[in-house]
Design a protein around this ligand. Sequence first.
Ligand code: GRF
Length: 214
Amino acid sequence: MRGIKPASLAVLVSGTGTTLQNLIDRIAAGELPARIAVVLSSKPDAYGVTRAQKAGIPVEVVNRKEFKDPEVFADAVNARLEKYDIDLVVLAGYSHLIKLDKRRNIPAINIHPALVPAFCGKGYYGDRVHKAVLDYGVRFTGVTVHFVDEKYDHGPVILQEPVEVRHGDTVDSLRSRVQQVEHRLYPTAIKLFAERRLEVEGRKVVILPRRNDQ
Ligand code: GRF
């Protein structure tokens, strides 16, 4: 990874933080040119907070329950991120809409455990997604990494990969196979970002070829 400046990340969590842990591990293994400048949690007791603390990463908590208005909450999140030098906001099991920081021009990405635009949008998160996939009877689900816009699971798609639904699959078995793909795809997308190889043209994301110094 010669010549790549590590991307400085703000990782936003609301839950157990398996996505966060994977990023921490990949960075430690030297596989991902990034540093996590801050982990922000919308829940004080999220296990993601503990994972961040164990890794010595600064933690900010903006408790969603203390805000009536989602807009005011989103502003409070941005205000808390202001003191950090960040290149990319990474949503990692974060259950709320965010406001993009247009003044600082910081993009945000999300990972969704299905093939967007199927089984996504408000109310489709965590195991609800896998249950809906199984109930519908589709043959394939998968993983989507996308830029964030003002709607749930809606911005331009960066990477997608299908996962086959097998006869007899349960929410647990499906989640486990989807997560294996998630744990590969999210670091891949962040690496492409760090390498400045993602170009957004309307709804399309163009992946530029690797440069000679990369
Ligand atoms: C993953 O399925 C991811 O796609 C979704 O949140 C789940 C992981 O949550 N956005 P966590 O990282 O274990 O908290």
